[in-house]
Design a binder for this molecule. Structure first.
Ligand SMILES: Cc1cc2nc3c(=O)[nH]c(=O)nc-3n(C[C@H](O)[C@H](O)[C@H](O)COP(=O)(O)OP(=O)(O)OC[C@H]3O[C@@H](n4cnc5c(N)ncnc54)[C@H](O)[C@@H]3O)c2cc1C
Length: 362
């Protein structure tokens, strides 16, 4: 009998599990652990509207009173630092311990690092949290020189915004096209053309081999032998599942926490959802996310995602990006902690601006 559920990670997936549990009639205690100063906010917005429009606060996924209405105890700014799977006991940074009958890992991804000399210098940054976004926003001003390592979706969005704000932008992309891994070469080529017409220096088939500076970044060395003077480096080369805690507790992990179609891990009453989970796909293979783009018409596209629980029983859900309406709607379907028959469906909204999506216009 599960009387208390502890959810590690208060992002989209963790918050969705909490709401989903209540809507499925779960009446026990819900503990929601987050390591950021804000909980359950719209993360996709960080590279879009929040950056260019200068939001004062992150865009919440739920209206005021959500925690109280759903009787959720939030323990924020408190990273869970240890987990004992046998007793299902969590320890947070202060040393305080909590025990629950059901545990849900919703720890998401952490940014992939470059692993080159100079990466620790001030001015080298990632974009994952609200705090990262504030640091990026502070740094962007006319004439500043920004190196973006990684020409994926986020890198291209930031390039667009930074250019709009007057920055000198260079993208270093290891592949032979931008965004090609997710959106294909046709969209990538279009994106590259648009960015170049905006004045972004797009360099393909190259990456950064070293970052130089004394205490702060001053320049970057690229693999094609160039040395460029820059003021800031944004590393945007994807993320790795934040599964260390689970792995250390003996839970089966491989490129994320291994789960079945209902989100169950190798340990009883321990579950994983969202970006940290590695779930089964319809074709019998495993991977956490697959995307393919179906261009529909000008300024509109839709992406079909293989989502958690994407087996024959639970169909993949749709993520739609409607640039015309200035709204992106993202639906993830995931297996929830209980009961296993009914998946929890998460819907989140983000608001890319017209400028934020300029790189992707047809
Ligand atoms: C800049 C950016 C732009 C994006 N744009 C899009 C987009 O346009 N469309 C789209 O579909 N997706 C987009 N994404 C991806 C999307 O945000 C993620 O897929 C989604 O947030 C995943 O939700 P999650 O809850 O699994 O993980 P997260 O939202 O990452 O939440 C995990 C939370 O757990 C916390 N945590 C981790 N470890 C611990 C611990 N030990 N203790 C306590 N808390 C912990 C993390 O700090 C974080 O707050 C974007 C992501 C970024 C960073």
């Amino acid at each position: 009998m599960i009387e208390t559920v502890a959810i590690i990670g208060s992002g989209l997936a963790g918050a969705a599990v909490a709401t989903g549990l209540r809507s499925l009639g779960f009446d026990g205690g819900i503990l929601l652990f987050g390591d950021e100063a804000h909980h359950a906010y719209d993360r996709p917005c960080l590279s879009k509207a929040a950056l260019i429009e200068g939001h004062a606060e992150p865009m919440p996924l739920h209206p005021d009173g959500w925690l109280e209405r759903n009787r959720i105890t939030l323990i924020d700014e408190a990273p869970v630092t240890a987990f004992d799977a046998a007793s299902r006991t969590l320890t947070i940074g202060t040393g305080q311990q909590f025990t629950a009958d059901g545990i849900v890992f919703a720890t998401g991804l952490r940014p992939r690092t470059l692993g080159v000399p100079g990466e620790e210098l001030a001015g080298v940054q990632y974009l994952r949290t609200w705090a990262d976004q504030l640091a990026m926003r502070d740094a962007l001003h006319p004439g500043m020189r920004l190196a973006i390592v990684g020409g994926g979706l986020v890198g291209c969005e930031i390039a667009t915004t930074a250019r709009q704000l007057g920055a000198e932008v260079t993208i270093y992309e290891a592949a032979d096209e931008l965004v090609a891994r997710v959106l294909g070469k046709v969209v990538g080529e279009r994106c590259r053309r648009n960015l170049r017409s905006m004045g972004v220096d797009v360099r393909l088939n190259t990456t950064i081999s070293a970052i130089e500076g004394d205490t702060a970044v001053r320049g970057v060395h690229s693999r094609d032998g160039m040395v460029d003077a820059v003021d800031r480096v944004l590393v945007s080369i994807g993320g790795v599942p934040a599964d260390d805690l689970a792995a250390a507790a003996g839970i089966e992990c491989h490129r994320g926490i291994i789960v079945d179609a209902q989100g169950r891990t190798s340990h009883e009453n321990v579950f994983a959802v969202g970006d940290v989970a590695n779930w089964p796909l319809r074709d019998g293979t495993r991977r956490s996310r697959r995307a393919m783009i179906l261009p529909i018409r000008a300024r509109r596209c839709s992406i079909r995602w293989g989502a958690p629980g994407a087996t024959r029983q639970a169909r993949p859900s749709m993520l739609r990006i409607l640039t015309a309406s200035m709204a992106a709607r993202c639906s993830l379907r995931m297996g929830g902690p209980s009961p296993p028959t009914k998946p929890i469906c998460v819907t989140a909204f983000s608001c890319p601006t017209r400028t934020g999506w300029q790189a992707f216009r047809p």
